[in-house]
Design a protein around this ligand. Structure first.
Ligand code: NAD
Ligand code: TYD
Length: 336
C-alpha cells in the first residue's frame, strides 16, 4: 500500500486538483477527502474520481474534533487546504474565516499531535506578507496581512509553526501565489472574467486595474506540494511562485483578446477596501531545493480559457444559482 493522505478542502479548487494529481501519480496511495462543502466545495470537481476504490469522501468540518480524531488515525500525510478563501467575502463577513482558517487548523494540529502523522502540510498563502511595492518577499520577512482573509491565514500559518517548535509536530508551511486553472470557483478574477466574457457580461475591474499578482498554474502548485512532501525540511516555510507578475488589466486584456471580445466589456468599479497593490515572492529557497514551475503562463492561461469555454456544464449552474437543487439531486446520498 502507498501513503495514506488526509486532504482537507479537497472538494475546492486546489484541493481537487491536488487529489487528481496524486491519484494519477501514485496509483497505490489512499486518499480521504474531508470537506464541509461550503458554497465553494463541489463534488463535480472530482466527478471522475468519486467512485475510485482508493478514494473516500467525508462530508464534515475540520473544526469537528471528534470527526477529525476518527479520520486522523493511520494518516501519513495531512494536507490542509480547507479554508474560506475569498478576500471580498472576508471583508463582508469575516466570521467563517476566523472559525475555519484559524480554529479549524488548530483542531487539525491538536489531532495530528495525538496521532503519529508523518507530515502536516499547512497550505498558507503569499497574502500573509501583505503588499510590496518593490522587491520580493523572502520566507523570513515579517507577516503584515491586510485583509481578514490573509490575517486568518497568517494566524494558521504561525500556529502550525508553533506546533513544530513546541511539540515537534512534523509541520511544513507553503506560501503560494495566485493560482489559476480548471475548477476555480467563478468569483475569483480569472474564472469570473472568462465566464463573464463568454456570456458578454461586464468585467468589474477594481480601482485602476494596476494591482499586480504573480500567477501560477494550479498543476504546478500541486507538483510543488508533492515535491515539498518528498524533499522539504520539517519546520520550514517555502514560497511557491509562478514567476509571472501581471497587472489585472494585462490579464483581463489577454483573456478578451483570446476570446475575440472588445475591451469595452471592461468596467472600472470602486476599489476593494484595503486592496493589496502588489504580491511578489522570492522563490530562491525552493529553487535551491530543486523545484521550479514547468508551465508557461500564456500556454496554461490559453488552456484554462479553453477549459471554461468547453465546460459550461460546470460553471453555468453555479452562476445561475441553480446549483443547490442540482447538487442535492446528484449528491444527496453522499452528504449524510
Ligand atoms: P476554495 O475556496 O476553492 O476551496 C476551499 C474548500 O475548503 C472548499 O471545498 C470548502 O468546502 C472547504 N472548506 C471550507 N471550510 C471548511 C471546513 N470548515 N471544513 C472542511 N472543509 C472546508 O479554495 P482554494 O482556492 O482551492 O484554496 C485552497 C487553499 O489554498 C486555501 O487554504 C487557500 O488559502 C490556499 N491558497 C489559495 C490560493 C489561490 O490562488 N486560490 C493561493 C495560495 C493559497
Ligand atoms: P482575486 O482573484 O480575488 O484574488 P486575490 O485578491 O486573493 O489576489 O483577485 C485578484 C485580483 O483581481 C485582485 O487584485 C482583485 C482583482 N479583482 C478585480 O479587479 N475584479 C474582480 O471582480 C475580482 C474578483 C478581482
Amino acid at each position: 500500500m502507498g501513503k495514506r493522505y488526509l486532504v482537507t478542502g479537497g472538494a475546492g479548487f486546489i484541493g481537487s486538483n491536488f487529489i487528481r494529481y496524486i491519484m494519477a501519480k501514485y496509483p497505490d496511495c489512499e486518499v480521504v477527502n474531508l470537506d464541509k462543502l461550503t458554497y465553494a466545495g463541489n463534488l463535480d470537481n472530482l466527478k471522475d474520481i468519486g467512485k475510485h476504490p482508493h478514494y473516500r469522501f467525508v462530508h464534515g468540518d475540520i473544526a469537528d474534533r471528534q470527526l477529525v480524531d476518527q479520520l486522523m488515525s493511520g494518516v501519513d500525510y495531512l494536507i490542509n487546504f480547507a479554508a474560506e478563501s475569498h478576500v471580498d467575502r472576508s471583508i463582508g463577513r469575516p466570521d467563517d474565516f476566523i472559525q475555519t482558517d484559524i480554529f479549524g487548523t488548530f483542531v487539525l494540529l491538536e489531532s495530528a499531535r495525538k496521532h503519529s502523522v508523518e507530515k502536516f502540510i499547512q497550505i498558507s498563502t503569499d497574502e500573509v506578507y501583505g503588499s510590496i511595492d518593490q522587491g520580493s518577499f523572502k520566507e523570513t520577512d515579517p507577516l503584515m496581512p491586510s485583509s481578514p482573509y490573509s490575517a486568518s491565514k497568517a494566524g494558521a500559518d504561525r500556529l502550525a509553526f508553533s506546533y513544530h517548535i513546541t511539540y515537534k509536530l512534523p509541520v511544513i508551511i507553503t506560501r503560494c501565489s495566485n493560482n489559476f486553472g480548471p475548477y476555480q470557483y467563478p468569483e475569483k478574477l480569472i474564472p469570473l472574467f472568462v465566464t463573464n466574457i463568454l456570456e458578454d457580461r461586464k468585467l468589474p475591474i477594481y480601482g485602476d486595474g494596476q494591482n499586480v499578482r504573480d500567477w501560477i498554474y494550479v498543476w504546478d502548485h500541486c507538483d510543488a506540494i508533492d515535491f515539498i512532501l518528498a524533499h522539504g525540511d520539517l519546520g520550514e516555510v517555502y514560497n511557491i511562485g509562478g514567476g509571472n507578475e501581471k497587472t489585472n488589466l494585462e490579464i483581463t486584456k489577454f483573456m478578451l483578446n483570446k476570446l475575440g471580445k472588445p475591451d469595452n466589456l471592461i468596467t472600472y468599479v470602486d476599489d476593494r477596501l484595503g486592496h493589496d497593490r502588489r504580491y511578489s515572492l522570492d522563490c530562491s529557497k525552493l529553487k535551491r531545493l530543486g523545484w521550479r514551475p514547468s508551465n508557461q503562463l500564456e500556454t496554461a492561461l490559453n488552456e484554462t480559457i479553453d477549459w471554461y469555454a468547453s465546460n459550461r456544464w460546470w460553471w453555468e449552474k453555479i452562476k445561475s444559482g441553480e446549483y443547490l437543487d442540482y447538487y442535492k439531486s446528484q449528491y444527496g446520498s453522499e452528504l449524510s
